[in-house]
Every structure is written in C-alpha cells, then in structure tokens.
Design a protein around this ligand. Structure first.
Ligand SMILES: Cc1cc2nc3c(=O)[nH]c(=O)nc-3n(C[C@H](O)[C@H](O)[C@H](O)COP(=O)(O)O)c2cc1C
Length: 313
C-alpha cells in the first residue's frame, strides 16, 4: 500500500501505533515498526532518562522507522526534546498543547512533526505551525481528548475539507473496516491506540489488558473536562468521581481526588479498583490479547476483504 502517509514515514501500511502512557514502551513500538506500521514510544509516562533507555532499546530491536509521542502537558519537555534529538529520533508526535511551541525547533533539526488535534480549529493551527501531518482524534478515543465531543465520523470529513496536509484519523478504529471507513471519509491513514493496549507487547499490566478485553459497549466515559478531559473505564475510581461531581466540586477538589499516580496505578500496576484506566469506546469490540504482528495482519486482511466487498455495494 503506497500513499502520503507511507511515504512520509517510510512504512508499509498507513497505520500508526498510538503513543500511549503506560502502554507503549520500546517493546510495543519496535514490534509495531517490525510489522510494517509506525511504532511510537509514549514519552508521557517516562522520566527523561527512562525515555532515553527506551529509544536506545527500540533502535536495537528494529531497523525500521519509529517515533516518540510527547504530550506537552507533562513536565521536563525541554529535556525530553533534547534527548529525542541526541538519540537521532526522526519522527515526533506532539499532543495536548500548542503546536507552535515545538514544531519549528524540531523541524530545524530535521525531524518530521505530527500534531494531535480534536477539532478543525486546532487542525488549522497545526498546519499553520508547519507540521507535516495532523492526527484528528474523535471523542470515542481512549486517553486524553478534546472537550468538543466531536466524533471521528464527523471530525474527519470536516478536517479534510479545510486541511491540505496529510491527515491521520484516530478514535474508535481497531479493524480494517474501521480503517477503510476513515480513509473513505478523507483520512490518509489511521492511528490506533486501544487495540494495541490488548497486545502482548504493550507494557500495560495484564489486569488492565484483560479488563479491556472484558469491556462492553457503554463501559467507558469521557470525564474530568475541568482538568484534562480523559476517556476511561467506569470503575470505582470513576464512581468516586461521580459522587464528587454531585457535590459541585472545585477544580482543586477534583485535582485532589485524582491525586498524582492514578494512571500508573491503574494501567501499569493493575489496580482495577482505585486506578485510572484509560481506554476508548472501541474496547467493546476487542476480544483478545495478541502479538502486534497478528493484530496488524488481521487489520490488513480485513481492510483488503472489506475493500473488495465494497465494490458490490
Ligand atoms: C492507555 C492510553 C494512553 C494514551 N496516552 C496518550 C499519550 O500519552 N499521548 C497521546 O497523544 N495520546 C494518548 N492516548 C491516545 C492515543 O494516542 C490515540 O490517539 C487513541 O488511543 C486513539 O483512539 P482509540 O483508543 O480508539 O484507538 C492514549 C490512549 C490510551 C488508550
């Protein structure tokens, strides 16, 4: 398959394994890259020197291109960016911040830059900032998300209408038919997160992976809009949040309940009760934990079959 996204990243299929805190370390990223898609290390949950280690291990585990995802809401960004340059990473996905802040700096250093957005307005801002491509992420996506609640199905054609640079769709895509649908709506490629959480190579805790497999339709919710909106599984922590919301809490009270290491506790340490479990709506369609190579093969086979079938519509 050859298109703008495969050429931009020098990969076989126009699929990006999403950068994900507590899930996408070097094992997942290198397995994804070795499967012909773009593997991404999620820097958001890593101290700078931990990130350096993951990049070095990833370079040893694959000769294919891979990238690093940097959510700009976390500390130590300058140190993180320096390490990315020192270690010769060629692709950076930025998210959760202003695309102007780092794009020129990274591009001057020969790095391909992609920014993640959840609205047409921010897609245009990213284009103006000079990024090479945009990930447009719908409301159904796992993890941090926009406040606008625009679904992937509506966001992609609206962004496509205004944007001339390559467009990657994210949110609710876990199959080849989902990928084909996104591309029919105007995307040049897709970014997939939740499906890769339930992979053997994801660094997330096995309890969390199993919880993703068990999750049914309607078991996730976008919440904490007052802080940084996040889609997660409705567990005890979520219910505690709901109780607090019923009292009309201040931002400070919400911050206090969230605390410091909720996401790590849930997704990395496997505490399904008190932890924060970030996952997308499409978890309702994920039924097994498999090696990344098998997931990619399945997506590509499904994509090709559905594309053939579509000719008879
Ligand atoms: C566990 C988890 C952690 C995530 N962490 C990040 C992150 O660190 N940075 C980021 O830009 N997006 C993050 N996301 C969003 C993904 O990069 C991706 O855009 C999203 O998962 C796509 O939607 P899907 O989950 O429906 O496939 C995360 C998603 C999940 C499920």
């Amino acid at each position: 398959m050859q298109n703008k996204i495969t050429s931009l990243f020098d990969i076989e299929y126009p699929i990006v394994q999403a950068g994900m805190i507590w899930a996408s370390g070097w094992r997942l990223a290198s397995a994804a890259s070795n499967s012909g898609i773009l593997g991404i290390i999620g820097a958001g949950s890593m101290y700078p020197e931990v990130l350096r280690e993951h990049i070095q291990k990833c370079k040893k585990a694959t000769s294919k291109p891979f990238g690093v995802n940097v959510p700009m809401l976390y500390p130590n960004i300058e140190e993180i960016m320096d390490i990315i340059v020192e270690e010769g990473v060629k692709i950076v996905f930025t998210s959760a911040g202003n695309p102007k802040t780092w794009t020129s700096w990274l591009k001057e250093r020969g790095i391909t830059v992609v920014h993640v957005v959840s609205s047409v307005k921010f897609a245009l801002k990213a284009e103006q900032a000079g990024v090479d491509a945009v990930v447009a992420e719908g409301f159904e996506a796992g993890g941090h998300n926009g406040r606008e609640e625009t679904t992937t199905f509506t966001l992609i054609p609206m962004v496509r209408e205004k944007l001339s640079i390559p467009l990657i769709a994210a949110g609710g895509i876990a199959t080849g038919s989902g990928m084909l649908a996104a591309m029919v709506l105007g995307a040049d490629g897709v970014q997939i997160g939740s499906r890769f959480v339930a992979s053997e190579e994801a660094s997330s805790h096995i309890n969390f992976k199993q919880k993703v497999v068990e999750a049914n339709e309607g078991e996730t919710q976008l919440t904490l809009k007052e802080l940084a909106p996040v889609r997660l599984i409705k567990n005890k922590f979520y219910n505690d949040l709901q109780e607090l919301y019923a009292k009309g809490p201040s931002v400070e009270e919400l911050k206090e309940l969230l605390g410091r290491a909720r996401a790590k506790k849930g997704m990395f340490e496997g505490d399904l009760v008190e932890g924060e479990l970030e996952i997308g709506q499409i978890s309702g369609l994920i039924n097994d934990i498999k090696p990344v190579a098998d997931i990619v093969e399945e997506i590509i086979n499904d994509f090709n079959q559905v594309k053939e079938k579509a000719k008879t519509f």
